[in-house]
Design a protein around this ligand. Sequence first.
Ligand code: Q46
Ligand code: ZN
Length: 312
Amino acid sequence: MKCDKCGGKAVFHMRHHKLALCQADYLAWLPQQVERAIEKYKMFSHQDRLLVAVSGGKDSLSLWDILHKLGYAVDGLYISLGIDGGVNYSAESRRLSEQFAGSRGLHLHVVDVAAEYGAGIPQIAERAQRGRGKACSVCGLAKRHIMNRVARQGGYQVLATGHNLDDEAAVLFGNTLTWAGSYLLRQGPVLEARDEGLVRKVKPLCRIYEREMAAYAWLGGIEYIYDECPFAVGATSLYYKDLLNQLESERPGAKLNFYLSFLRAKAAGLFSPDADPDRPLLHTCPACGQPTTAPGECTFCRMTSKLQPGET
Ligand code: Q46
Ligand code: ZN
C-alpha cells in the first residue's frame, strides 16, 4: 500500500479517513489533527500555560509530545497512586514519565499520594469504603482533586488530559444508555473554569482513535507502559469499548460519528445547560481551599484526614 501523501511505503491505514500514510507523514499528520481540534473547540492559545496529566501510558505521553512539538508551553503532572499489581504499575509508569520528561528537558511535577497523604489509593479505598473495593471511584476523586490543586498552585490556565476518542465514546455510550442528563451536559472537549476555583479542563485527543494514538507512540519511538492498571480489569468501560469496536469494524467511522454527532446536537441546543437540575453549587473546603459540592470539608479531605503522611 502506498502513502497517500508522498507515494512511499504506507505503514498505517485509517479506513474511516480513507487514508494510508508512511511513517514520516503519519507523524506529521496526527499533530495537525490535534491542532485542529484545539482550534475548533477553542481549547487554549499559545499564550496559556498548560499542565498535562500523564500516566506513563501512550495517550498522555503522546499528547505531551504533540503539544510540545506544536510549540505550547506545557509542563507535566504525574500522580503516583501507589498501585502495585505484580508489575509494580506505579513505579514503572513513573519511571517512564520521568524518562520522557528528562529526554526532552521538560518539567514534570510528581505527586506521590502515599508520601503526601499517608496511604496509596488501594489502602485509602479500603478504609474509605470498608473493603468494598471501589478503588476507581476513590482514585478518580483523588486525581481530580490533585490535578486541580497542582494546576491552581502552579498558575496554569489549562489542564489537559489524554482521553482519546475511544474513551470519550465509551463514556458517552454509558451515559446514553441511562440518559444521564447532567453527565451528558458536562461531557465535551472543554470543561470551562469556574470562579470557585475549578481550572479549565480540555481533551485535545477527543477525536483521535485509540489505535491512532498507539500507532503514533510506536512510530514516534515513545516508550510507554503497556500494562493496564490492575484495577481496570473487568471495568464496564472496557465492555463498552468492545461493543463500539464491533460496530466500528462493520462500519468504519461509526465511533467518530457517534461522538461528533453528539457534540453537534449539543451545540445546536439539544441539551440546555440551564436545564441541568444537578449543576452543583460549589463551596470552598475550609481545610484545603479547593471547591467542593457540599458545605464543610471536601470528600478528599475527609477521606485523607485520618491518615498520617509517610504511613502506608
Ligand atoms: S488508575 Fe485509578 Fe484508573 Fe487504576 S484505580 Fe481505576 S481509576 S483503573 S484510569
Ligand atoms: Zn508519505
